[in-house]
Write a protein that binds this ligand. Structure first.
Ligand SMILES: C[S@@+](CC[C@H](N)C(=O)[O-])C[C@H]1O[C@@H](n2cnc3c(N)ncnc32)[C@H](O)[C@@H]1O
Length: 423
């Protein structure tokens, strides 16, 4: 369905709900079988009947977003407002909840329901979830109930969620996903049955898009099986935090000059690398993995204060989960925890991307970098003695690596993928 058709469809449901009709309300057994509605909630007693009657979700995101008093929350595709009203209760009078929806009829219904509930700490905004009408870093949690699957630009929706979240903010949504068992023709049948599945993402693709826009700590938990590979799911992710006034986000083309300046400043210390001159931007990006490049930046000025990036160590399949990284913090901003935060976010992104080993080389004299890496689980594999000359002087390099704990516990094992006996 095209965007306008989707909105018309929900507008018609909103008008039906406003006229007192039940638009989706099934008992808990039917809910388990795939009928969507307010039956997934266990705490609707204090809500106006009209809000419960208009519930069209596929789960209970309020229960998973761990909302706290005083927080600001955004509900993407707020419909009749059921999750906005439940969230408003959780964040209390010092908090605020925004509901965003593209259907004017749904917004009218939601405002009426909020009035009935006597709730004042809510605001309903008209707009598409692909372009959220809120400033950067203005909310603590983004929730959503059975909507992201409907969007034809999910990357834009997830990038917008990342943009409006404060560093440390949480993304906790109910959504519909498909697994590898799903095939397009069977999906259409499932779609007709539950009415809420158009364009659901495969689980792995959902994870990749979240990681690409900058999220870390990604967890996708299946909550109900609707058959034919279609599932309701709870999706959790976090915007990496660094400290007041700073954020970690994916590196962009526009960061090029600042990233290379910091690179050159690091090389000028003589302790970062055998290189003496930073490459061109083209040289920098060639070979560095696009989904594993992050910057730490000032949230007010946009000034980049550090970066981390990784390259694949080999094109061979057996080493597909092994990367080599570099991390540079502006010399004027060191010892403020920026390196620690950047490296932590990078490690989390590597875990999400299925990387099993991160490796690098460090000059033994660079004790700050060594301490940082050891604090975050890297070990020294060995010393490569007098491995190269730097300004005409032979130097040693410590070879370090971090093995992913989740790969350690993976019984399927990378070994199964090893076909070539040559290391
Ligand atoms: C499945 S309903 C879910 C409503 C609500 N979250 C609930 O649980 O009852 C989807 C809602 O998202 C709105 N919607 C659909 N596509 C949208 C988009 N691209 N941008 C904003 N709202 C959208 C619809 O108008 C509808 O109210």
């Amino acid at each position: 369905m095209a965007h306008d058709e989707i909105i018309d469809h929900y507008s018609a449901l909103a008008r039906a709900a406003a006229a007192g009709r039940v638009v989706a309300d099934c008992g808990p057994d039917a809910f388990e079988d795939g009928c969507f509605g307010a039956a997934g909630y266990d705490d609707t007693s204090a809500l106006p009947e009209g809000a419960v009657r208009a519930g069209l979700g596929c789960g209970n995101p309020v229960a998973v977003a761990e909302l706290r008093p005083g927080e600001t929350v955004l509900d993407l595709g707020s419909g009749g407002g059921i999750d906005v009203l439940l969230s408003a209760r959780r964040v209390g009078p010092d908090g605020k909840v925004y509901g965003l929806d593209a259907s004017p009829d749904m917004l009218a219904l939601a405002r009426h329901n909020a009035e009935q509930a006597g709730v004042s700490n809510v605001e309903f905004l008209r707009g598409g979830i692909e372009r959220v009408p809120l400033p950067d870093r203005s909310v603590d949690a983004v929730i959503s109930n059975c909507l992201i699957n409907l969007s034809d630009d999910k990357a834009a929706v997830l990038a917008e969620a990342f943009r409006v979240l404060r560093p440390g903010g949480r993304f906790g949504v109910s959504d519909v996903v498909v697994n590898h068992e799903s095939n397009p023709s069977r999906r259409v049948v499932a779609e007709r049955r539950i009415g809420c599945v158009a364009g659901a993402l495969p689980i792995e693709e959902y994870r990749q898009v979240l990681a690409r826009v900058g999220f870390a700590g990604i967890r996708i938990t299946l909550t109900a099986d609707h058959g034919d590979g279609v599932h309701s799911a709870i999706v959790h992710a976090v915007k990496p935090e660094i400290g007041p006034g700073l954020e970690i986000r994916p590196m962009r083309e526009a960061d090029a000059a600042q990233v290379l300046t910091i690179y050159q400043a690091g090389l000028d210390t003589g302790q970062a690398s055998f290189e003496t001159t930073a490459p061109s931007w083209e040289g920098f990006t060639t070979g560095r993995l696009p989904h594993l490049r992050y910057v730490a930046a000032d949230t007010q000025t946009g000034e980049v204060v550090g970066w981390v990036a990784a390259s694949a160590v080999s094109a061979r399949q057996v080493y597909a989960g092994v990367v080599e990284h570099s991390i540079y913090v502006h010399p004027g901003c060191q010892a403020h925890g920026i390196g620690h935060a950047l490296l932590s976010a990078f490690i989390a992104a590597c875990e999400d991307a299925g990387v099993w080993t991160i490796q690098s080389g460090i000059f033994p004299e660079n004790s700050a970098s060594l301490a940082l890496h050891q604090a975050l689980g890297f070990r020294i594999v060995g010393t490569r003695e007098r491995i190269g000359q730097h300004h005409g002087v032979w130097r040693d390099v410590l070879f370090i690596e971090r093995r992913s704990p989740s790969a350690e516990n993976d019984s399927s094992g990378a070994g199964d993928r090893v076909q070539d006996p040559t290391p």
